[in-house]
Design a protein. Structure first.
Length: 216
């Protein structure tokens, strides 16, 4: 299957506390007039849209007037949308790539930026079985008491069957990390092994506080 061609530029949807990971579905609601205009462009083009998380809860702009979002964003494609009677939209994006925001092409009525794809770095084949086993064991210990057993079993099966480690780590981070800034930190790591290590540290902190569990 041919990989979809990365656009040179596309709309960027700045959002608070929201991260789009590759190969993860992200449902969103669009209600602001400028972003409804943005969606119309997306629907008329190839369906590409990036999601960038605001660095500050105040949703500030930098000294040049550009959105103060993290420079690493998630690039996705629109896979579904529904327009409600009140004119708002419910949409679903599928993450495609990690990207670096290079330059802002336009800010009004909605942001458009040029993007660089961040290459995904997978571990050697010999490492993958060890990582899968470690992930299964740690996931059950770190989140097992807080989620439904069937959900946990589905994730354990996904870990067992997954060929790529990177998307697996992203999916676990998206579903089980509660802190959006920890998710953003995960998004910014290109190498799957380093990302898995970061995920486990974040889950340990979430489960046990600032100190790591000594038995992990």
């Amino acid at each position: 299957m041919t990989e979809p061609k990365l656009p040179l530029s596309c709309p960027v949807f700045p959002l608070p506390n929201c991260v789009l990971f590759p190969k993860v579905l992200l449902p969103l609601r669009i209600f602001e007039p400028r972003y409804k205009v943005m969606l119309e462009q997306v629907l008329d083009s190839q369906g590409w849209m990036a999601v960038g998380m605001w660095q500050s809860p105040k949703r500030e702009y930098d000294t040049a007037g550009n959105p103060d979002v993290f420079p690493v964003a998630g690039l996705g494609k629109l896979v579904n949308y529904q327009k409600a009677k009140d004119g708002t939209y419910k949409i679903v994006l599928i993450g495609e790539h990690r990207v670096m925001i290079k330059d802002w092409v336009q800010i009004k009525p909605y942001p458009i930026a040029t993007l660089d794809k961040i290459p995904e770095l997978e571990p050697q084949d010999a490492q993958r079985d060890d990582i899968r086993g470690r992930l299964r064991e740690r996931l059950r210990k770190l989140v097992g008491s807080s989620v439904d057993e069937q959900v946990l079993m589905l994730f354990e099966q996904s870990i067992k069957e997954s060929e790529e480690i990177g998307p697996l780590v992203d999916s676990i981070g998206y579903h089980f990390l509660s802190d959006p800034f920890e998710k953003q930190a995960l998004l910014e790591i290109a190498h799957a092994v380093e990302r898995e290590e970061k995920l486990i540290r974040a889950l340990q902190k979430q489960r046990f506080g600032d100190e790591d569990d000594p038995q992990m």
